[in-house]
Design a protein around this ligand. Structure first.
Ligand SMILES: CCCCCCCCCCCCCCCC(=O)SCCNC(=O)CCNC(=O)[C@H](O)C(C)(C)COP(=O)(O)OP(=O)(O)OC[C@H]1O[C@@H](n2cnc3c(N)ncnc32)[C@H](O)[C@@H]1OP(=O)(O)O
Ligand SMILES: CCCCCCCC/C=C\CCCCCCCC(=O)OC[C@@H](O)COP(=O)(O)O
Length: 275
């Protein structure tokens, strides 16, 4: 029996050693293992968090986001990631708001939870519902699912949100690029978030994460430890704006966020070029 355990121990040690050597030798293996670990963490942590959410809050509610946030905030230690956050006070607006931020990777869930204010749900693509335990925890957290392939149906869901966010007093977090983009720049913004803000007459709060490109690049199999600067910018008021003003509001927010992204990522000259 004792010899059996000893052999198991030796086998596990050997496996860990082999993985370590492979990770040192091959960036592709290193990248795959680190991303694999992230996905595994999400799946396992979700499986453990689902019962906690059900026991504490009974079902699908934004209150579950507090529990999810507490769990996800520990993930950064596994990957040697650090966040430097500024401007959290800008979240302290009276009542609901639309929060918009840049979206670089699935790793963004760590940055999201690092700063997520209370009573805040995200808008997510409906495909996320079918990611097993992760889909279940996202559902329980109250995420609003949209079908990106159908503008009509996405608009209907968001119009409904515009009606309920005041009564429910929730903030809504939208990634206006509409997809992940890890180029160090922003994609042109979709307008849904800004229509929502104007329809509900609530402020837009931009949040900008510095570029991941120095420590994370799937094309180059790069994923090391790193520091992410996060800035919560002052709210942009929408009181009195109408649907005719949505394009200007979108452009204004885009320019402010792009300038901030370049500043945080150490690219000040390009920020000047874009203005
Ligand atoms: C414990 C362990 C846990 C582990 C883990 C936990 C994680 C727990 C957190 C999970 C968090 C998930 C986070 C997911 C993150 C994503 O899934 S990101 C992807 C999904 N999100 C989005 O796509 C949001 C951004 N997209 C939009 O807002 C888009 O505008 C829409 C609504 C989808 C529409 O798409 P589109 O048709 O391609 O876009 P767009 O060109 O803007 O609109 C077309 C026309 O419709 C108009 N329009 C658009 N929206 C509207 C509107 N609402 N009203 C009126 N007109 C409108 C536009 O003005 C435009 O007309 P024109 O101005 O050109 O005449
Ligand atoms: C029974 C089915 C089993 C399926 C197992 C799937 C396992 C998935 C495991 C881990 C995934 C962790 C994902 C955390 C949530 C990430 C949210 C996110 O970043 O979604 C991407 C979305 O914003 C934009 O998508 P695209 O860039 O347009 O694409």
């Amino acid at each position: 029996m004792e010899l059996g355990w000893l052999l198991w121990g030796a086998a596990v040690l050997l496996l860990l050693l082999l993985l370590h050597v492979l990770m040192e030798l091959s960036p592709a293996v290193n990248f795959a293992l680190r991303i694999g670990l992230y996905c595994l963490l999400c799946v396992v942590a979700s499986a453990l968090t689902v019962p906690a959410c059900l026991l504490v809050n009974g079902g699908r509610t934004v209150k579950n986001m507090r529990i999810i946030k507490t769990v996800v905030k520990t993930f950064k230690y596994f990957f040697g990631l650090r966040f430097e956050v500024k401007g959290l006070k800008n979240f302290e607006v009276e009542g609901p708001a639309i929060i918009v931020s840049n979206h670089q990777s699935i790793l963004d869930m760590m940055g999201l939870m690092e700063v997520l204010p209370n009573n805040c749900v995200q808008v997510g693509k409906k495909e996320l519902m079918y990611t097993g335990t992760v889909g279940l925890i996202i559902y329980l957290g109250g995420v609003i699912f949209i079908n990106r392939k159908s503008t009509t149906s996405a608009k209907m869901v968001m119009a409904e949100v515009a009606k309920t966010m005041a009564t429910d007093n929730v903030k809504v977090w939208v990634y206006p690029e509409g997809t992940r983009n890890c180029t160090g720049d922003l994609l042109p913004f979709k307008k849904g978030a800004f229509h929502l803000a104007v329809q509900a007459q609530v402020p837009v709060i931009p949040v900008v994460y510095s570029s991941f490109t120095t420590f994370y690049n799937p094309k180059k199999n790069l994923f090391t430890s790193g520091k992410i600067k996060v800035e919560v910018l002052p709210p942009i008021e929408t009181k009195g704006l109408t649907s005719d003003d949505v394009s200007d509001l979108t452009d204004k927010c885009f320019c402010t966020m792009r300038e901030t992204l370049f500043r945080l990522s150490g690219r000040p000259s390009e920020a000047k070029d874009s203005s």
